[in-house]
Design a protein around this ligand. Sequence first.
Ligand code: PLP
Ligand code: ZN
Length: 422
Amino acid sequence: MNKFIGYRCSLCGTEYAPGDVTYTCPKDAGNLDVVLDYDSIKSKYKAEDILSRNDPSLWRFLPLLPVSAPPGDSTPLHVAGGTPVFNLTSLAAKLGLSYLWLKDESRNPTASFKDRASAIIVTRAHELKAEVVVTASTGNAGAALAGMCAAIGQKAVIFAPKSALPAKVAQLLIYGAQVILVDGTYDDAFDLTIQAANEFGWYCRNTGYNPFTAEGKKTAAFEIWEWWQEAHREIHKQVSEETDHAPLTIFVPVGDGNIISGIHKGFKDLQELDWMPRLPRIIGVQAKGSAAIANAFHADTEEITPVSAKTIADSISVDLPRDGVRAVRAAKETGGTYITVSDNEILKAMAELGREGIFAEPAGATAYAGLIKAAGSGLVGGEDPILVLNTGSGLKDVRAALKAVKKAPIIEPTLKAVKRLL
Ligand SMILES: Cc1ncc(COP(=O)(O)O)c(C=O)c1O
Ligand SMILES: [Zn+2]
């Protein structure tokens, strides 16, 4: 069954056949939504058919993805997704919430949410027989691409700003990608990557440019949908079946805006299939120093005005978000909003998550920082069921982690010194 039937431009609505375009709309450079043949999927599958599949990875949702099965088997590419959801009871109590969960995307093979996108991109690149796959990245998208490519022997080239964090550059190099550090910003690397891809005929994974990245990211929405069926039943054990509770609210950290757009797309796919009657509310959280999408949202416009980004959360430090329009809509169309948080609030959120056993990088902790703010301001109510994403591992940025906590003391190796300290 060919379920992938084309693209639709998110700006002008023009539809394209799969072979007509590769990246963005030729008319207005709008982001393209992948269009699936929902009728055909519906005629072939029921929700239970998907949910009863054995594979715990994101590939359990293959019937809803625009690619065929990934090449090879039993590699890191085959185990992306399927991340755990934890119940944050102490933090819930602290924030005055009854229901609080965290989906830990740092458990992906290369330790960030980006593995979802790269798994689909690498599979697509294999279908297209691409010789080289290239991406711009502050580190996580690149590591995800490099890791997934390494898993199947595909050549990868990564352009990163020279300011990219050492742990992230190390990951790129260890996975054997050709790493090119650019003396400029992430945005400079982004534009250069597109030029290089056009010049050398490489397949370009750039976030918010290649329509298949959102198709990978939407698998998080599918997993949330699946998890929610059970979590929702648990809530009804506490409130009667007839009592209508607030919809699930999801907090997502936002840089280019592709994760939030991808998650929104996943829920819209489920609605097209009549498998999810009520869409969750999606709240985007940006760093104050990199808030182009939040600015647009609150100015009630889809016009994204670039900023000069500066934040400790390197993964969401973006001058011109490349998926801004769809990111504004993800919040608007689900009754959500945008929140901005300071670097100090992000560091505080890292420390608080750490005390629940979750080690998030600054961008990963940004969603939780947004929740702290939302709970404090009454934007979320005590009975609202809340799911926060952690999108990346704290091991990727130990320098920031050390800023979030007190220094460990150094002592002489004597019991006397220990006693003095205690
Ligand atoms: C850890 C982490 N969190 C959040 C994001 C934000 O994703 P997006 O740029 O699609 O908004 C990224 C993207 O690089 C990331 O690596
Ligand atoms: Zn268009």
